[in-house]
Design a protein around this ligand. Structure first.
Ligand SMILES: [Zn+2]
Length: 295
């Protein structure tokens, strides 16, 4: 204990070269976090910041602030269009011809040749793609993902999930206890397969082992865009223990739950259970799960 105290005191007086180097990296990189959040940096700088974020809770916190500001700016409603302008828009929409497949065929009054059929078909493809794009960008994408089921209990009533959420809160406040290159060590340390998640914008930052309520768990930390996500892999018998988990994932559903502003999803693999936690919308976690289940 007295050793700890004297080393702390020494550190306060003269930081080790490693700490001094980290501090100067911190001073440089924190100025770039805004550009990082806006994805304006070259890949080599992004990689440097990724590595720094693993060991710098302060920069991770700043990044959350950037993200929140960006999200708020994005949802800030644009200046409302004047009623006259809106009226002109709807008049223009009403006046625009609405080509539909049957009408084109009837107007043509000829048997449509292959070329015309192709045009009609491609018109429908364009319309369908547009409709899907509109549906996705207008935030109604969740209607296309009916296969999630909310946990029918508070997160902390399910010991596994409560422990995971508490652990997430702890690691997201401090330095992450591993690096991405530790994945092989994690695989060697646990008796179940450990395969990182793959999804667009998802980068593995760190891997380590821990125990969740006395059971071994593999922990993988990722950045999703500029948010921290943590995946906990536990043996299947641990995962299936609680009836609320079994009920939520029955019939291949994805369990979803929320604890404050933290979102949790969980699903079983062939021999493990996965619990994914992040300070992100449920839809983001769902889409990761979808890319996993279609892999
Ligand atoms: Zn930092």
């Amino acid at each position: 204990m007295s050793d700890d105290r004297s080393s702390l005191a020494n550190r306060a007086v003269s930081p080790s070269p490693e700490e001094a180097a980290r501090e100067s990296r911190h001073e440089v990189l924190r100025e770039l976090l805004g550009a990082y959040a806006d994805r304006e940096l070259p890949p080599e700088t992004v990689a440097q910041i990724d590595a720094h974020l693993v060991g710098c809770a302060e920069c991770r916190h700043s990044l959350e602030v950037h993200h929140t500001l960006r999200a708020r700016l994005a949802v800030e409603p644009p200046a409302a269009a004047s009623p006259a302008f809106r009226a002109r828009i709807s008049a223009a929409i009403d006046a625009a011809p609405v080509p539909t497949a049957p009408r084109i065929a009837a107007d043509a009054r000829v048997t449509p040749g292959p070329r015309m059929l192709w045009l009609v078909a491609s018109g429908w493809v364009v319309a369908t793609v547009l409709a899907l794009t509109l549906a996705v960008t207008s935030g109604s994408a969740s209607r296309f993902t009916p296969s999630t089921r909310a946990l029918a209990a508070p997160v902390h009533d399910v010991p596994l999930l409560g422990a995971v959420v508490d652990d997430y809160a702890r690691v997201s406040r401090g330095d992450l206890p591993g690096r991405a290159r530790d994945l092989d060590a994690v695989r060697a340390a646990v008796s179940f397969p450990v395969e990182p998640l793959r999804a667009p914008n998802l980068r593995l930052l760190a891997a380590w082992t821990t125990d969740v309520r006395g059971e071994p768990a593999a922990v993988l930390a990722y950045r999703l865009d500029d948010r921290l996500l943590v995946q906990y892999l536990v043996p299947e018998d641990v995962f299936f223990q609680h009836p609320a988990i079994r009920a939520a994932i029955a019939d291949h559903h994805l369990l979803r739950a929320a604890d404050g502003d933290r979102t949790v999803v969980a699903w079983p693999d062939s021999s493990t259970g996965n619990v994914l936690v992040g300070n992100v919308p449920t839809e983001s976690l769902q889409s990761i799960w979808r890319s996993e289940s279609t892999r």
